[in-house]
Design a protein around this ligand. Structure first.
Ligand code: ZN
Length: 173
């Protein structure tokens, strides 16, 4: 369920809320409290090494454990997308990237602990610095270097990443 559907009482005054309306906010008829629900923002990158292969990681944890993803993750409060990408790439694969360029954004849904979060994924391309030193770290069971056409779409964990790869193969970036 989406985050809003888990609220049954007003977080401010405790009044029982009516069935949630379609709009992406919670409103309390008793005290006027309003709470907006916005997408979480995430970054991911197609990181290349000089031979044209891109870096994929196999997810060690749910959601979608065992499926392939890109280096990246959620943006923290007061953090830029660029800083989040740099931080996540270092945490997950232990290398840095250069020539980071924004490509496109796509909506996604991320299920965790019974809550389905609406997400906006921001996709970048980048070049790996010292690709030979990449290794599986946080929440990663395996690294794979594959050419863009060498990844089957049903191996990929998230619909947004599948779509981004399709668009990339079509020459978007
Ligand atoms: Zn209230």
């Amino acid at each position: 369920m989406e985050p809003k559907a888990h609220f049954h009482f007003c977080p401010r005054c405790g009044h029982q809320l009516a069935a949630p309306p379609a709009e992406p906010r919670l409103r309390c008829a008793a005290c006027g409290f309003q709470l907006f629900f916005n997408p979480a923002v995430s970054v991911g990158a197609f990181i290349f090494r000089p031979d044209g292969a891109m870096l994929w990681l196999r997810r060690a944890k749910d959601p979608r454990r065992g499926k392939l993803g890109l280096p990246g993750g959620f943006i923290d409060f007061n953090e830029t997308a660029e800083a989040a990408l740099d931080r996540e790439v270092r945490e997950e694969v232990g290398i840095a990237a250069r020539d980071v360029k924004f490509v496109l954004s796509l909506p996604n849904r991320y299920e965790f602990a019974g809550v389905t979060y609406p997400v906006l994924d921001l996709f970048f391309t980048a070049q790996a610095i010292a690709p030979d030193q990449a290794r599986p770290l946080d929440e990663v069971s395996e690294l794979l270097w594959r050419r863009p056409e060498g990844v089957a779409l049903d191996e990929i964990a998230f619909v947004s990443v599948r779509e981004a790869l399709v668009r990339f193969r079509e020459g978007l970036a």
